[in-house]
Design a protein. Structure first.
Ligand code: NDP
Length: 306
């Protein structure tokens, strides 16, 4: 069995070593143009030429959860596309989002500013009931985040394409459910995949439906957010602030207005990182299952886009 490793911006050696230990009978190589075609591929942002040289590929393992960039490419017709299915990401996402929501709710930024000024001053406690949180996307990551927030006793709403039942979460779905979902929430967390249906979904109209003093946490993809609409809603005061981990252009250009906006907290696309050992174990397990003719989780529906 041949496995090609073709991951841009990723140090190959530890992946080859880990995959080699997990699949000792496989030949695992970093792809070079003109190399023999592979049975399986482990990829991140591969060049089109790599895909064009893999006519017999059985499966493409994307070493991330989001496949929007991969699906823009021309993929070998018979290859199944497989995304990382948690592999240590959901706990990271739950801690990142819980931190962002609690930091805003408990006004820790303001306390930090007070501390720097040597000021001992209490703020009036806010009621959780006034801070309903909505999670867009109730998949592997969104469901975990929604349940983490419900542990802190925030009223939690969730929105997905198809109906869902999640303990501690009021769920909504589809276009009709979106309006009720948005107008029920003060804090909005985006964990949707980027597809033609969800591109630009965070805009003046949708964010404008949040309860006044709304707060946005975008941890999915930059192209979900219409950036100038966010700036307008922050400046009008309808939104109190936002925590953003993803941007339309990454790295965020130095002249971008987000850098210096006082109501924004930014991180460099780091909310849930790919963990190498967990990912290798998951990919190797799935290759073994596929070779044994067994079903696997995390298959992407190319036409649905996630
Ligand atoms: P999943 O595929 O498991 O879940 C996607 C969820 O979104 C599902 O609940 C799905 O609904 C819902 N959804 C999709 N399309 C629509 C739509 N048109 N309307 C309403 N709901 C919709 O994805 P993950 O939870 O694993 O990951 C989500 C995204 O998070 C990734 O695609 C990626 O972009 C981003 N991400 C960001 C990272 C970071 O570091 N910032 C790290 C990892 C991922 P249904 O259940 O009905 O199908």
């Amino acid at each position: 069995m041949r496995i090609a490793f073709c991951c841009t911006d990723t140090k190959a050696e530890p992946w080859l070593q880990g995959l080699g230990q997990a699949l000792p009978r496989a030949t695992i190589e970093v792809w070079q143009p003109g190399a023999a075609p592979a049975d399986y591929a482990v990829v991140w942002a591969p060049p089109q030429q790599f895909l064009d040289e893999q006519p017999g590929l059985k499966a493409l393992f994307n070493i991330g959860a989001g496949v929007d960039a991969l699906l823009k490419l021309r993929l070998p017709a018979g290859a199944q596309v497989v995304r990382l299915d948690d592999a240590g990401m959901s706990v990271q996402m739950a801690e990142y989002v819980s931190h962002a929501v609690i930091r805003h709710f408990r006004e820790f930024d303001a306390y930090e500013a007070d501390m720097r000024e040597g000021r001992w001053s209490f703020r009036k406690p806010r009621s959780r009931a006034d801070f309903p949180v909505g999670v867009m996307g109730l998949g592997v990551l969104g469901a975990r985040v929604a349940q983490a927030l419900s542990v802190f006793e925030f009223p939690v709403h969730g929105w997905s394409r198809t109906p869902k039942v999640l303990e501690g979460v009021r769920t909504h779905h589809g276009d009709v459910g979106l309006q009720t979902f948005l107008s029920s929430c003060r804090v909005l967390v985006n964990l949707l995949p980027l597809t033609p249906d969800t591109r630009d979904i965070l805009n003046r109209e949708t964010l404008g439906r949040l309860l006044p003093g709304g707060y946005l946490v975008n941890v999915a993809r930059g192209a979900h957010l219409v950036e100038e609409d966010l700036l307008a809603l922050l400046d009008s005061g309808h939104l109190a602030g936002a925590t953003l981990d993803v941007f339309r252009t990454e790295p965020l250009p130095p002249e971008h207005p987000f850098w210096r906006h006082p109501k924004l907290t930014l991180t460099p696309h780091t909310s849930a990182r790919t963990l190498r050992d967990e990912s290798i174990a998951q990919i190797a397990g799935k290759i073994r299952a596929l070779e044994a003719g067994q079903p696997i989780a995390g298959l992407v529906d190319r036409f649905r886009g996630y």
